[in-house]
Design a protein around this ligand. Sequence first.
Ligand SMILES: Nc1ncnc2c1ncn2[C@@H]1O[C@H](COP(=O)(O)OP(=O)(O)O)[C@@H](O)[C@H]1O
Ligand SMILES: [Mg+2]
Length: 283
Amino acid sequence: MSIELNHISCSYPGGAQESVTVFDDFSLHIADGEFIGIMGHTGCGKTTLLQLMAGLIAPSGGEVLINGEDINKAGYDRSILRRSVGIVFQYPEYQLFETTVEKDVAFGLKHSGLSRAEVRERVIWALTLMGFSYENIRTRSPLTLSGGEKRRVAIAGVLAVKPDILMFDEPIAGLDPQNRTAFLELAAQLNRQGTTVIIVSHNADALAESVCRLIVMDRGRTVMDGTPNSVFADPVRMQELHLGVSTPRAIADMLAKRGIPIAPDIIRYEELLLELRMNLKAR
Ligand SMILES: Nc1ncnc2c1ncn2[C@@H]1O[C@H](COP(=O)(O)OP(=O)(O)O)[C@@H](O)[C@H]1O
Ligand SMILES: [Mg+2]
């Protein structure tokens, strides 16, 4: 499913203070099946952007189109959103509120029309995908889980709905390396199967290894938008934005400064190794 934001304005009322304008004439087009990363300094509007795209908040101006339909117009069937757009929040503990893990993961399927057996099958499928043993975890209270486990259960609950668009707000912060790799592989796999995937993250290494398009935001604007290779090819600009490039890119820059020529668009470990091997051969 495609997402189009056209000339969006959005602000938060400030109460006693001044209101905060997050977006003023912001536009972004995401095609069906894209795999997108979003980076940006804290407060630049990443979470607000996801909430706008998921229809959780409405813009004060402009339009949000999902598959060409304005999701904020009167009469729009919002059940389409619940079925097709999945969002995993930054703080998953706010997303878990049932008494058992099983009930929590099944929550989004309540009005899906699936039979009990089908719901159970989905719950088993999603929990297994997230690396849990269904039998061991199903009766646990979400409150008793670790931060990383809560996050994985929250992700399972969103996956169980099988949405066409998946959005993750800082999904790998707080995950151990093994679960981080597993999550990124899963996101890539879902994307290959046709799901549009959007990941907000500060982790440049993870984004370099996974996404096909990287959007860099600054104070409610898109300041860079392209392949991760093209975005990380400008470390100076990234530094100005208080953001990092991937570690292989940083190593390549250090080597280049010491007179070892390295292509400027290297961002992944595999690419760096290949380049070093060619360099050694050329000597
Ligand atoms: N519920 C809210 N009420 C008031 N201001 C908010 C609220 N949520 C976010 N903001 C403000 O809006 C701006 C963008 O926030 P956010 O979208 O959370 O940025 P990010 O996710 O990139 O850190 C920030 O200045 C933030 O302080
Ligand atoms: Mg945020």
